[in-house]
Design a protein around this ligand. Structure first.
Ligand code: NDP
Length: 278
């Protein structure tokens, strides 16, 4: 039993609104960190080919004793897979690394418009979906102009757009585009890599409610409708980040956090990310 709400995607698949992200967890620590999250109650895991830790995620799910269908697993296509054959082979590699039989969600990690036409990449994602080994496909770091091209030139609306979003980059234009087009928004770096812990406004709300700044920020996301998956290798924080369902933020508190926006990014703007990174 978990209190985590489920969001229904545009193809009927459901995803837990709160999950666990594993970016920057070293491969050799990923199994243990992920098992801790599963023990605490997380049922949604976010990894990527680029993180080089898919294997540890799969090992943790298998070691947890949970039924495969009770855990939602996302991975992302690495940027350097530039041809259809590379892309198909890399998906097979992801399936092999995870060793869970199938994947729940596969995303294009970055649009990289100057590196490869992302519409072509998306058509291969459609082929992968049709192959039956993934339940939903989506994108990450796509701006409205990128999504407009997919809408005009392909048949499948992405189920998800995973974008940087936190109190300093509310990213509301992209979020609004997503919701108008039936695309669910996932917020990466939801607690701005831990920076919210030092924010006076967020700390003030947290102290008044007897919560931590991370909890208040994650609650803000949930009440806005974002799907989130904070990362931590610290058990007490993994527990803290899951304890979000016995309090609520008022409209005033939500507005005060939203007002912290300065459009300040941690990562590159998607249009500035024009090279292949690993
Ligand atoms: P987060 O905003 O989740 O912040 C993680 C950092 O915050 C870590 O340093 C962690 O420290 C610290 N932290 C975690 N919980 C707390 C807490 N309760 N109080 C104080 N500090 C805390 O950043 P991420 O970049 O990890 O984003 C989350 C996930 O989003 C990633 O793991 C990944 O799955 C995804 N992502 C996707 C990207 C994309 O391009 N699609 C890009 C970046 C991330 P510690 O671990 O030491 O406890």
């Amino acid at each position: 039993m978990t209190d985590v709400p489920e969001i229904t995607l545009n193809n009927g698949v459901t995803i837990p609104q709160l999950g666990f992200g594993v970016y920057q967890i070293p491969p050799e620590q990923t199994k243990d960190a992920t098992l801790t999250a599963l023990e605490i109650g997380y049922r949604h895991l976010d990894t990527a080919q680029m993180y080089r830790n898919e294997r540890g995620v799969g090992e943790a799910v298998r070691a947890s004793g949970l039924a495969r269908e009770d855990v939602f697993v996302t991975s992302k296509l690495n940027n350097p897979h530039l041809t259809r054959d590379d892309q198909l082979a890399s998906f097979e590699q992801t399936l092999a690394e995870l060793d869970l039989g199938y994947l729940d969600l596969f995303l294009i990690h970055w649009p990289l418009p100057t590196v490869r036409d992302f519409v072509e990449t998306w058509r291969v994602m459609e082929e992968i979906l049709a192959g039956g080994k993934v339940r939903a496909i989506g994108v990450s770091n796509f701006e409205p102009a990128h999504l407009d091209r997919l809408a005009a030139e392909t048949d499948t609306v992405p189920a998800i757009n995973q974008i940087e979003a936190h109190p300093y980059l509310t990213n509301d234009t992209v979020r609004a585009y997503d919701s108008e087009h039936g695309i669910a928004t996932e917020a990466w770096a939801p607690i701005a890599k831990g920076k919210v812990a030092d924010d006076p406004v967020i700390k003030g709300i947290a102290e008044r409610l007897g919560r931590s700044p991370a909890q208040v920020t994650l609650r803000w996301h949930l009440q806005r409708g974002d799907i989130v998956f904070p990362k931590s290798v610290t058990r007490s924080r993994v527990e803290e980040n899951f304890a979000l369902f016995d309090f609520e933020l008022s409209d005033d508190d939500l507005a005060a956090i939203t007002a912290l926006n300065t459009d300040a990014r941690i990562g590159p703007h998607p249009d500035a990310m024009d090279r292949v990174t690993t």
